[in-house]
Design a protein. Structure first.
Length: 277
């Protein structure tokens, strides 16, 4: 899938983690002038030094987000960084635009909610663009990425886990499964991958775990792209997760070279699979 070129003036909606920081840094290298829009309680404060224009919105202020895009002349918006799904239970009162999205949503899962937001933005002539557009070199490749192939036991866990993770992603619930000795120990939901792994480790009694991450089987990468980063390595190590399977071309490896080097030092095997395999 080829991404359409970005307009010179676009906005980056910043969620949590390193994703928005890396996207803004790459935009500066390219000579772009994006407007940073940070989500309060999610986006790192560093985004303010990476963009000459930075605005802040709460997760409940869809109308303010649209007004900012119009004011700054941004007809395109990139979503960079995750927003904790549990924030749908926030005490914040949604504005009328977000309330309309919530009312119309068939379910309160990611595809339904973010899809509704994208439709609302489109009504205001704001196009949501490929979230990985600025970071294509950080997408996982195929094959062993840390130099070590899976052991036969890890490979067996991955074959089983990929079937489960693919089915899970189809229900728009989570993207990851923790497998131990061909048994599914935990599935990801709202808590996120790290907490899912900690829960799995508490059940596995010290046995090694295999993490399988699957991307949604949709044609675009507008939002909810699977991510691994430097912060993932201590969690993998502490939970005795020795093997990680990801979808090649559809999983972002943030701070890629350093992250893979640290995984290599920890003897964690990370392997990229063709998404449809």
């Amino acid at each position: 899938m080829t991404s359409a070129p970005l307009a010179r003036r676009y906005a980056i909606l910043c969620g949590n983690g390193r994703f928005p920081i890396l996207a803004l840094e790459e935009a500066r290298k390219l000579g772009d002038d994006p407007v940073a829009i940070g989500i309060l309680g999610e986006a790192p404060p560093e985004i303010e030094r990476l963009s000459p224009i930075c605005h802040w919105v709460t997760i409940a202020e869809l109308g303010k987000l649209i007004d900012i895009c119009h004011k700054e002349g941004c007809a395109e918006l990139m979503m960079a960084g995750q927003v904790k799904h549990v924030s749908i239970f926030s005490s914040l009162t949604p504005d009328w635009r977000l309330a309309r999205v919530l009312f119309k949503a068939a379910t309160k899962n990611t595809d339904s909610l973010i899809g509704g937001v994208i439709d609302e933005l489109a009504r205001e002539n704001i196009r949501v663009t490929d979230s990985t557009h600025l970071l294509k070199p950080l997408l996982a490749g195929e094959g062993p990425l840390t130099g070590r192939k899976f052991t036969s036991g890890e490979e067996a866990d991955v074959r089983y886990g990929r079937r489960i993770a693919l089915a899970l992603s189809g229900f728009d619930v989570g993207q990851s499964a923790a497998i131990c000795e061909k048994a599914c120990v935990a599935l990801e939901a709202m808590e996120g991958t790290d907490e899912m792994l900690r829960r799995a480790a508490s059940l596995a009694a010290g046995r090694r775990l295999t993490l399988v991450k699957a991307s949604r089987r949709r044609q675009h990468l507008l939002f909810d792209v699977p991510v691994l980063g430097l912060a993932s390595i201590p969690v993998l190590r502490d939970t005795n997760t020795t093997a990680v399977a990801v979808d090649a071309g559809r999983t972002l490896l943030l701070d890629k070279e350093e992250m893979l080097a640290r995984a290599r030092e920890a003897r964690i095997a990370i392997v990229g699979y063709p998404p449809d395999e």
